[in-house]
Design a binder for this molecule. Structure first.
Ligand SMILES: [Zn+2]
Ligand SMILES: [Zn+2]
Length: 457
C-alpha cells in the first residue's frame, strides 16, 4: 500500500503572493546618497533617462509633464533648460520635480538630491545659491569614468560658493577644455562625462594646470559645503530658522555674555549683523551661515546637529568675505543730487517706460547702486516698466489672434479646408504659430465658425 500523503489532500493555495507597488519609471537608486558625493536632481534625471535610453528632455516632456498638476508650467521649464538648474535648489521647481520623480519612480529619498531640506532656513528667493553654469572637477569625472560607473554631477557642484574641488584642491571648471563652451544643465544626450557640444571628455585635464593654488579659506568653504550636503538627510526637518536662532542666541550668550556687537566683532562680521536675524526676522544666507561657522570653528551642519562640545573660544576672524562683492561706487552729495533729479524725472514721467537696467546703463551705474540710493523711485520705475511690458504682450497676442481668424476666414472663403499645417505655414510668414494654447483655441473657434458659416449658406 502506498504511504498516505497529506499534502495532496489539502486544498491548493491559489492566493496571489503580495506584489510590491509597480513604478511607472525605473526605480533607479540615487548615486552616493547620504555622502558628500550624492548626486543632484539634474544628474538623477539624466541618469534615469540613460537607464530608459531616451533623451532627458523627452523624458520630462513625455512623462513628467503628463503627470504634473500644472503641465504648462513644467513644459515651459523643460523648454528653457536654464530653468532646470533650479531643480537642485529650494524653490517651487525643486519641489515639483522632487514630488513628480518620487511618484513616478517610487524612490522615496529623492528630496535629498535637492537643497529642499534647507528650504525653511535660507531666504526664499535662493539668491546666489546655485551656479549659473554647470561646473565640474575633471579629476572627479576621471575617477567616475575609471570606476566604470555612470558619471554623475554631485549636488555640491550646484552650489555657487563651491569654487574649488575639496578632494583635489583645484578650481572647478565651467567650460569644455576642447570647444570652450559651457555645458547645459540637462543635455539632450544622457551623458555627463562628455561635452554636449563637441563630445570631448569632461575628464580631460588639458594642458598642465596653471591655476593658482586654492586658498585655505576656499578649501574650508568647499569642505564645509560638502559636509552640509552629506548631512542633508539628517538636517531635514531641523535645519530651519528657529533652530538657527536658538543656536545663535546660545553662542552669543556663551561667548560674549549676550553682547551681540562684541560677538559680531569677534568673528569679523559687521556689528549689527546678528540683529537682522534675531530681531528683524531675516533669514540668514548661506555665506552668512558659513561666516559664523568659520568664526566659531565649526562646520555649518554642526549648528543644528547634536555633537561634540563647541570650542570654548571664538577661534578666528574671517580673513576675507566668503563671497566677494563688487565694490559699491561711492556717490558724493552733488552726484546724488544730480542723479536723484534724473531718476525722479524718469520715475514721474508716465511716457518713460524704460527698464531699470536701461536707466542704470544710461547713468553709468549698476542697478544695485541706484536701487540702494533711490529705492522708492526704482520701485516706481520697475512697476511702470512691468505695466508697459504687460500692455505690449496683450497687444501682441491680440494681433496674433486677429491674424489667425483672418487666415482661417480667407481659406474658408476660397473653399480651402483650413487644416492646421496650412494655417501654420501662412502664420509662420508673420512670425506666429499655433504652438501656444491660446492661439490654438482661437484657431479652433475660427474653424468652427467658418464651417458653420458654410453649412448655413
Ligand atoms: Zn575633484
Ligand atoms: Zn566641448
Amino acid at each position: 500500500m502506498l504511504p498516505h500523503n497529506a499534502d495532496t489532500e489539502s486544498p491548493l493555495d491559489l492566493a496571489m503572493p503580495e506584489q510590491p507597488p509597480r513604478s511607472r519609471l525605473y526605480a533607479l537608486p540615487p548615486a552616493e546618497l547620504g555622502s558628500e558625493r550624492v548626486e543632484g536632481m539634474t544628474s538623477y534625471l539624466v541618469r534615469l533617462a540613460r537607464a530608459h535610453a531616451v533623451n532627458p528632455r523627452s523624458l520630462i516632456r513625455e512623462e513628467l509633464v503628463k503627470a504634473a498638476d500644472d503641465p504648462e508650467r513644467l513644459r515651459f521649464v523643460a523648454r528653457y533648460t536654464n530653468y532646470l538648474r533650479t531643480i537642485d535648489g529650494i524653490g517651487p521647481h525643486a519641489r515639483v520635480f522632487a514630488a513628480l520623480m518620487t511618484e513616478l519612480t517610487t524612490v522615496s529619498t529623492l528630496r535629498h538630491l535637492t537643497l529642499l531640506p534647507l528650504a525653511d532656513l535660507l531666504p526664499h528667493n535662493g539668491a546666489g545659491l546655485l551656479v549659473r553654469k554647470p561646473c565640474w572637477c575633471p579629476e572627479c569625472v576621471a575617477e567616475m569614468v575609471r570606476a566604470g560607473s555612470d558619471a554623475t554631477r554631485p549636488l555640491v557642484w550646484s552650489l555657487d560658493l563651491y569654487r574649488v574641488c575639496h578632494r583635489h584642491r583645484r578650481p572647478m571648471v565651467e567650460v569644455c577644455g576642447h570647444c570652450g563652451r559651457p555645458e547645459p544643465f540637462v543635455p539632450t544626450y544622457p551623458d555627463l562625462a562628455h561635452c554636449a557640444h563637441c563630445g570631448a571628455s569632461l575628464a580631460d585635464l588639458g594642458p598642465p594646470a596653471e591655476h593658482p593654488p586654492a586658498t585655505a579659506m576656499a578649501v574650508w568653504v568647499a569642505e564645509s559645503l560638502a559636509d552640509l550636503i552629506a548631512r542633508l538627510p539628517e538636517l531635514d526637518g531641523i535645519a530651519d530658522r528657529r533652530h538657527f536662532i536658538g543656536f545663535l542666541t546660545a553662542a552669543i550668550a556663551e561667548h560674549t555674555g549676550g553682547n551681540q556687537a562684541r560677538f559680531c566683532e569677534g568673528i569679523g562680521l559687521p556689528r549689527w549683523a546678528t540683529k537682522r536675524w534675531l530681531a528683524q526676522g531675516e533669514r540668514p544666507t548661506l555665506p552668512q551661515i558659513l561666516a559664523i561657522g568659520y568664526g566659531l570653528g565649526i562646520r555649518p551642519a554642526a549648528m543644528f546637529l547634536p555633537g561634540p562640545a563647541r570650542p570654548a573660544q571664538m577661534s578666528r576672524r574671517l580673513p576675507a568675505k566668503v563671497r566677494g562683492r563688487a565694490a559699491r561706487p561711492r556717490l558724493d552729495a552733488a552726484d546724488r543730487r544730480r542723479l536723484g533729479k534724473a531718476i525722479a524725472g524718469a520715475a514721474n514721467d508716465p511716457a518713460d517706460t524704460r527698464s531699470l537696467a536701461e536707466l542704470a546703463k544710461e547713468v553709468g551705474l549698476t542697478r544695485s547702486c541706484i536701487k540702494y540710493w533711490f529705492p522708492d523711485e526704482c520701485a516706481a520705475i520697475r512697476r511702470k516698466h512691468a505695466d508697459a511690458c504687460r500692455r505690449a504682450t496683450a497687444a501682441r497676442v491680440q494681433v496674433d489672434r486677429d491674424k489667425v481668424a483672418e487666415v482661417v476666414c480667407a481659406m474658408v472663403t476660397q473653399g480651402v479646408y483650413p487644416g492646421r499645417r496650412k494655417v501654420n505655414e501662412v502664420l509662420r510668414r508673420h512670425s506666429a504659430s499655433l504652438a501656444g494654447p491660446d492661439l490654438m483655441e482661437t484657431y479652433r473657434r475660427a474653424v468652427k465658425e467658418g464651417l458653420k458659416g458654410i453649412a448655413s449658406r
